[in-house]
Design a protein around this ligand. Structure first.
Ligand SMILES: Cc1cc2nc3c(=O)[nH]c(=O)nc-3n(C[C@H](O)[C@H](O)[C@H](O)COP(=O)(O)OP(=O)(O)OC[C@H]3O[C@@H](n4cnc5c(N)ncnc54)[C@H](O)[C@@H]3O)c2cc1C
Length: 378
């Protein structure tokens, strides 16, 4: 196979955005993707900025790292906005995110959380019941109040991904299907060994989400990527107008209305892991729990029918995205998101490409370096 300047491994939002950025800069780029379980084509399109209560509950040890990266999340949403201006509409909306509290204790938790987020530069405010009703008249009578984060929003991920793919066509990026097993680094470049063959290039960007860990391990860095199968639903169109991204202070929920009126309901309910080669399975328990919670918080949903439920593969690491050259293998640059990877995706791609193209990065890459994992056996 003909050599290329940069091999991008993984064709989700990060791989696509990276391939676009590199090709725009004049590099010859090949993108190789295994063709399965991209979170980018299964996700909810929420643009997250505030600390997610789900994440705080499940991964408390990772919260300090996520908190330190909050300005990065905010910058990532701004980057999406500028991308929409460049690529054409994909329903970017930034009307803010509401995190609902059922009682006084949950609101007190949100007050403490908002204080921490304000210190990191987020535009947050606590709404009492009266203020919440003015902002969100559709909210259930029992809801006590909410935190409003004005930095949050949403996009249509399928439109955004398809616009990125069209860009790669325009720029002449070669797209291939293969699963990379590992990378070997020589003096002149890299060779990625896949199931179909060997792919040679000057350097590589690894943007294979849950599949990135084994590739990094083949070069001696134990990046602990984990696959996390998650559940999603979409209802038929709803007459009520819901402008915000909606979450809950304690329970797993994201809820939003797309431009055509349907309500997308998710927020991290588990799905059945069927291995990397099969799409995760929908669990009835998650389906019922997820839509039941949504209907309790937003009564207008109770009369709607579900159009579809599905499951997709998310990726977690240690709470911090992994962006940077691999220690001991500087021709290989990692580009893997922490939680909320669709929000962060294009900005992570831009950071990784800045390293490859030797340009100033849009944010300090040091906190994201894969060097924090050390070297196997070291
Ligand atoms: C149900 C669900 C809902 C979500 N909702 C949101 C949300 O609302 N907001 C948000 O910000 N984030 C959300 N996420 C997370 C987000 O979708 C992901 O973090 C993000 O899309 C990851 O993008 P990526 O480019 O890193 O990888 P992915 O889109 O996961 O793509 C990785 C690609 O790499 C390929 N690959 C893997 N291993 C190899 C290999 N060895 N060789 C070659 N290719 C390989 C895979 O086949 C895949 O195509 C959600 C995730 C899920 C599953």
């Amino acid at each position: 196979m003909a050599p290329t300047d940069v091999l991008v491994i993984g064709g989700g939002i990060i791989g696509l955005a990276a391939a676009r950025e590199l090709a725009e800069a004049g590099a010859r780029v090949t993108l190789v993707d295994a063709g399965r379980n991209a979170g980018s084509t299964a996700n909810a399109g929420s643009l997250h900025v505030q600390l997610q209560s789900r994440f705080m509950r499940l991964y408390p040890e990772q919260v300090p790292r996520v908190e330190a990266a909050l300005p990065f999340f905010r910058k990532a949403v701004e980057h999406w906005e500028s991308l929409e201006r460049e690529l054409g509409p994909f329903d970017f909306v930034r009307k803010g995110g509401l995190m609902l509290a059922d009682d006084e204790a949950q609101l007190a938790f949100l007050e403490r959380k908002a204080e921490r987020e304000r210190r990191r530069g987020l535009d947050v405010e606590i709404l009492d019941r009266a203020a919440l009703e003015r902002a969100a008249p559709w909210v259930a009578p029992g809801i006590h109040g909410a935190e409003l984060c004005r930095d949050e929003g949403m996009i249509n991920p399928l439109l955004a991904v398809s616009r990125m793919i069209s860009e790669l066509g325009r720029l002449g990026v070669r797209r291939e299907t293969d699963r990379i097993r590992g990378i070997e680094v020589g003096n002149a470049g890299i060779e990625a060994v896949g199931e179909r063959g060997a792919w040679r290039a000057g350097e590589a960007i690894v943007a294979a989400a849950w599949g990135s860990g084994p590739i990094a391990r083949s070069l001696g860095t134990p990046v602990p990527t984990m696959a996390e199968p998650l559940h999603m639903n979409i209802t038929e169109a709803c007459g009520e107008r819901i402008a915000h991204l909606v979450q809950h202070a304690e329970r797993s929920l994201t809820l939003k209305q797309v431009r055509t009126g349907q309500i997308v309901i998710g927020g991290g309910w588990p799905a059945e892991d069927r291995g990397p080669d099969r799409v995760p399975g929908v669990r009835a328990r998650s389906l019922l729990g997820n839509v039941g919670l949504a209907a309790r918080l937003v009564p207008a949903l109770r009369s709607l029918r579900l159009l579809r439920s599905w499951a997709g593969m998310n990726t977690t690491v240690d709470g911090t995205s992994v962006i940077g050259r691999l220690p001991g293998a500087p021709r290989v640059t990692m580009a893997v998101p922490a939680d909320a990877g669709f929000t962060l995706g294009p900005l992570i791609a831009k950071m990784a490409c800045a390293l490859v193209l030797d340009r100033p990065p849009p944010a300090d890459p040091a906190p994201f370096s894969p060097a924090r994992f050390g070297r196997s056996g070291a």
